[in-house]
Design a protein. Structure first.
Length: 258
């Protein structure tokens, strides 16, 4: 770099003393000054190139950053859109899940109600079954008691019949009596003959009910006085002397037919 120009240096200081005409001129004695314009121009050109390059790099960097920002912004928007879509899908899934839970809760409640109803019905049926079993046991016990009583009664009747057969034969012969069926298992028809001396063929009869312990007369021919008949029934039901009853009945028919 050339030295700068210093104006303080006056030409008078460098002026030589007056000389002759052959002496050199003052201009020849001046120092040569180099302002460095070429260097300055070159440096300015380099600065301009570096500055332009800096500006270009800055512009490119700004463009790249802007493009990158746009890309990032688009990615963020897309990501936000995707997340929003995921949120909506999750909302729908959550709503569906809630509906499913509500449906399952309703079905569970219905199942619990059905189970309670079935359990109650089962308990009712079990209780009813136990009552029926108890009734069946009681009925079976009653039936067994009745069967045993009937067997005992049948044995008693059979024994009594074996005892009564000779007596019954005697009364049939003695009272001119025959025994017939009355068309029902629990009734017997007793027919008397030789009641009237004037008409030995005339007959009288009555139907005797044997379904219960106390005897009962349903029909008679000829018709007997009801009070007299009731009196005879009271006697036989009290003393159980059937032979005497048959004898009194014949006497009652004889009195009625006379």
């Amino acid at each position: 770099m050339s030295s700068s120009f210093e104006p303080s240096l006056s030409t008078s200081g460098m002026r030589p003393p007056l000389a002759s005409a052959d002496a050199p001129s003052m201009a020849d004695s001046l120092p040569s000054i180099n302002f460095g314009f070429e260097d300055l121009r070159s440096r300015m050109a380099q600065f301009t190139a570096r500055f332009d390059a800096f500006i270009e790099r800055g512009r490119k960097q700004i463009l790249e950053e802007r493009n990158q920002f746009k890309i990032g912004l688009a990615e963020l928007q897309e990501d936000q859109r995707m997340k929003q879509r995921d949120i909506e899908i999750l909302g729908l899934k959550s709503q569906t899940h809630d509906q499913t839970l509500q449906k399952e809760a309703a079905e569970a409640a219905e199942m619990h109600d059905a189970i309670s109803s079935v359990t109650m019905e089962r308990d009712t049926r079990l209780a009813k079954r136990d009552r029926l079993r108890q009734q069946i046991d009681e009925t079976q016990k009653t039936i067994n008691q009745k069967i045993e009583a009937q067997k005992s009664h049948a044995r008693h009747i059979d024994a009594q019949a074996r005892l009564n057969v000779p007596e019954l034969d005697f009364w049939q012969d003695y009272l001119c009596l025959r025994i017939e069926g009355a068309g029902r298992e629990d009734r017997l028809k007793f027919v008397y003959s030789h009641i009237l001396e004037k008409d030995w063929e005339a007959e009288a009869w009555f139907e005797l009910g044997t379904s219960s312990r106390d005897y009962e007369v349903f029909h008679s021919r000829p018709k007997l006085d009801q009070d007299a008949l009731n009196q005879e029934l009271d006697i036989v039901n009290e003393d159980r002397d059937f032979g005497s009853f048959l004898k009194r009945m014949r006497k009652l028919f004889v009195e009625t037919m006379k």
